[in-house]
Design a protein around this ligand. Structure first.
Ligand code: DGL
Length: 275
């Protein structure tokens, strides 16, 4: 069954997906968007496969109920742990004509081309690192590239609690940068494979040698969506174009509005979604 055209849904465990959302809106401003942050159950990065899958599917269903035909999982942890099962098992049952896309595939298709040394570092949540999704997928596109992963469990809570510009944050940032570079001194490219981490980019860069470039996913994912919609006119026609943006959070809306402003640098007025 084909539902009427609707907004594009963007989902994350909290605020991090706003770094992707911002680039989607910049490159594709004509569409309507609904952003859903599951702040009440954040962080996802330390949770088991089953829990991340259940939470993600529940939120995807809510976005479908709000009329979205296309949902982007703007969360690496959800993309690593839930996307494939949702695409292969749940979508055919829920509605075969709706689509859910993630952030890992578009990133792995291109990340190897940024590196001259062929040594690429990945900062991500424990869940994303344990899933091995990045090394497995990158090997398919760039078999000669060496991948070195570093899980940074403290970084998401620092961002979610707006503590990311403090000296406490500096300690945890430097610690993980050092761990990674000690293991892999030939790295010349590091991917921020968690959508929260771009907010830490300036502090991370302070501890890196000048020749190491830091890559965030927002622009990459947005370019990939442009290309997806061009290649899938049937889905493009099912995305409404009034330029509206709506925000939902599973936590307090006051908190969301205040913190989302840090990400988007503009006024945000979220509605509460009761799970
Ligand atoms: N922002 C999410 C990601 O890209 C994870 C944050 C969390 O741990 O909930 O992986």
């Amino acid at each position: 069954m084909n539902y009427p055209a609707g907004p594009i849904g963007v989902f994350d465990s909290g605020y991090g997906g706003l770094t992707i959302f911002q680039q989607l809106v910049k490159q594709l401003p004509q569409y309507d968007y609904i952003y859903l942050g599951d702040n009440a159950r954040n962080p996802y990065g330390i949770r088991s496969y089953d829990v991340v899958y259940d939470f993600t599917l529940e939120c995807v269903r809510h976005l479908f109920d709000m009329g979205c035909n296309l949902v982007i999982l703007a969360c690496n942890t959800a993309s690593a742990k839930a996307l494939r099962t949702i695409q292969q098992r749940d979508l055919p049952e829920l509605n075969g004509s709706r689509r859910v896309l993630g952030v890992i595939r578009p990133t792995t298709e291109i990340i190897g081309s940024y590196s001259d040394s062929g040594h690429v570092g990945i900062f991500a949540t424990q869940g994303t690192v344990n899933s091995e999704s990045y090394p497995i997928e990158i090997q398919k596109f760039f078999p000669d590239v060496q991948i070195y992963q570093e899980a940074c469990p403290m970084w998401v809570p620092l961002v979610e609690n707006n503590e990311h510009n403090t000296s406490g944050a500096e300690y945890f940032i430097q610690q993980h940068v050092n761990y990674l570079l000690e293991r892999a001194p030939l790295i010349d490219t590091i991917l921020l494979a968690c959508t929260h981490y771009p907010l830490l980019a300036h502090q991370i860069a302070r501890f890196l040698p000048h020749y190491v470039q830091l890559i965030s996913q927002g622009e990459i994912v947005a370019r990939s969506l442009v290309s997806y919609l061009t290649k899938h006119p049937e889905m493009e026609a099912r995305c409404t174009r009034y330029g509206t943006r709506k925000y939902y959070t599973t936590e307090s809306t006051d908190d969301f509005d205040t913190k989302a402003r840090i990400f988007l640098k503009g006024h945000v007025e979220a509605a509460h979604l009761q799970l």
